[in-house]
Design a protein around this ligand. Structure first.
Ligand code: KIV
Ligand code: ZN
Length: 540
């Protein structure tokens, strides 16, 4: 199965990436990211780990229902119940993939699983067979393959393919290997597994030693044809292989790599990266390859001189090729709907991705307050304001803040809209933000502890929007909220309210779960359905 030059891009931002975030993403946020990844040209989207929580189950289900081109995938341990729940979550999609895994390295088998290697092999085989009752697209991962004794790894892979796995994933789970070593493992798999031609060989490299991209690229040179990766290199610990790095390495160095290609649409990279960074509250480091803010800037005089004479002296890629535009379009309250539409089109947004009337109304409000609106402001409006607001419980209706120097007491008055009613409260505090936060916590009655508060400028210059990110703890869980405004105090209030709205949303999901069928019932139902399907197939 490896004769093709096409490398499958399997994105796990919503699974491996999300599991490493301090706070979990809401279903809407996951859906927003999944849709952006699909537009980026990703082939497979690992949407979550359905058995891990009701929230994950529902997000995977919703993503499976929504994707049009990319294949939705869910993760399941090599445990029959996990596989059943995963199959159930993915059912809304016409075609889907179940990804089941079990650790194969000696340290994991003995010390973590406390089993024999043969037990592990049998569990893997049983899980694959179970997954095949739901779909003919089954991926199997040998967790910690990078540290698994080669003979055992090859035995496991052969058995997994015999059991029906169509993709075999070789993870370097702890990011321990170096490229020649990892490439050697792939070569051995390609040469010594007798039925290897019946599966696609995939790699999943972590970045603990900074080798994830190099290991993944070496693996495809040795015959692997799927790379698992995350946008901006998110993921457990030091992260996963970075999607944008492998995609651009394969595009730019295709000749050296024997003509390999991916389906990634490079000009969508910058905006997908920005969206993931903002929604996940994980800023992209400025020096990050491909998507860092310094990735295309030149500081030294010698470099600047060279670039002015010929860009290619120090630039192997243009910023435009990955979708960075120079922020040249200035928009004001006098700009018409047409200009906003045109700007969004140039930024790569299709008409059906947003509601022009809605975004235009928001743009006018912002332009009134800010004067000039830039492209990045428009994108910020698109990312943050539309989706999550719809089912928010609390809305900031009005606020008045007083603070000053020489012993004046910071005071806030806040009016919240809750459904059709409003609630108003005045409080003092250590500062204007504290006063406002006291009002909001009294008005909502939600018990929280503020864990972090960060303020940054969204955009550049004096008229950049203020962006406030907060994390709060509620009943042992961490929730994130982000607020954006020309007024940083308002941005602070919006961020806290967003976190509280996320708490309320999580409570609603939990309540729904209690009134809905139990996982056991879901599994029983899924099993019965799978059996009926298998019977019908056998009868055909
Ligand atoms: O790193 C890893 O081994 C994983 C597996 C579940 C594929 O994330
Ligand atoms: Zn991983």
């Amino acid at each position: 199965m490896t004769s093709s030059d096409r490398v499958i891009i399997f994105d796990t931002t919503l699974r491996d990436g999300e599991q490493a975030l301090p706070q979990s993403l809401s279903m809407r946020q996951k859906l927003q990211i999944a849709q952006a990844l699909e537009e980026l040209g990703v082939d497979v989207i690992e949407a979550g780990f359905p058995v891990s929580s009701q929230g994950d189950f529902e997000s995977v289900q919703e993503i499976a229902r929504t994707l049009r081109h990319a294949i939705p995938c869910g993760l399941a341990r090599a445990v029959l119940k996990d596989v059943d729940v995963c199959g159930e979550a993915l059912k809304p999609a016409e075609h889907f993939r179940i990804h089941t895994f079990i650790a194969t390295s000696t340290i994991h088998v003995k010390d973590k699983l406390r089993k024999s290697f043969d037990d592990v092999l049998n569990m893997g085989v049983a899980a694959i067979k179970q997954a095949r009752r739901y779909t003919d697209d089954v991926e199997f991962s040998c967790e910690d393959a990078g540290r698994t004794p080669l003979d055992q790894l090859l035995r496991m892979i052969e058995a997994a393919i015999d059991a029906g796995a169509t993709t075999i994933n070789i993870p370097d789970t702890v990011g321990y290997t170096v490229p020649t070593e990892f490439g050697g493992i792939i070569t051995q798999v390609m040469n010594r597994v007798p039925n290897v031609d019946k599966a696609v060989i995939s790699v999943h490299c972590h970045n603990d030693l900074g080798m994830a991209t190099a290991n993944s690229i070496t693996a495809v040179q040795m015959g692997a044809r799927q790379i698992e990766c995350c946008m901006n290199g998110l993921g457990e610990r030091a992260g996963n292989c970075s999607l944008e790095e492998v995609a651009m390495a394969i595009q730019l160095r295709s000749k050296v790599l024997g003509g390999l290609k991916t389906g990634i649409i490079a000009p969508h990279i910058a905006r997908t990266s920005a969206m993931v960074a903002k929604i996940c509250h994980e800023p992209v480091p400025s020096h990050k390859a491909i998507v860092g803010s310094n990735a295309f800037s030149h500081s030294s005089g010698i470099h600047q001189d060279g670039v002015l004479k010929n860009r290619e002296t120090y630039e192997i890629l243009t910023p435009e090729s990955v979708g960075f535009t120079s922020n040249t379009m200035l928009m004001t309250a006098r700009s018409g709907r047409h200009m906003i539409h045109d700007c969004l089109r140039k930024l790569g947004y299709a008409d059906d991705e947003y509601d022009l009337n809605d975004i235009y109304a928001r743009f006018l409000k912002l332009a009134d307050r800010k004067g000039q609106v830039f492209e990045y402001d428009l994108e910020a409006l698109l990312f943050f304001t539309k989706l999550d607001e719809e089912d928010d419980m609390y809305h900031l209706d009005q606020m008045n803040i007083m603070s000053g120097s020489n012993g004046s007491i910071p005071t806030a008055t806040v009016r919240l809209r809750v459904g059709r009613r409003t609630r108003t409260e005045s409080c003092i505090g250590n500062g204007p933000v504290d006063a406002m936060y006291n009002c909001i916590t009294h008005l909502t009655g939600v018990k929280i502890t503020l864990k972090s508060y960060e303020i940054t400028a969204n955009g550049s210059g004096m008229d950049a929007l203020g962006q406030v990110d907060v994390t709060v703890e509620h009943e042992g869980r961490i929730f994130h909220g982000m607020g954006l405004s020309t007024d940083v105090i308002e941005a602070s209030g919006l961020a806290l309210l967003r976190a509280i709205n996320n708490i309320e949303r999580a409570k609603r999901i939990h309540a729904k779960k209690r009134t809905k069928r139990t996982t056991k019932e879901l599994v029983a139902e899924a099993k019965a359905e799978a059996e009926a399907k298998a019977k019908a197939k056998a009868a055909d």
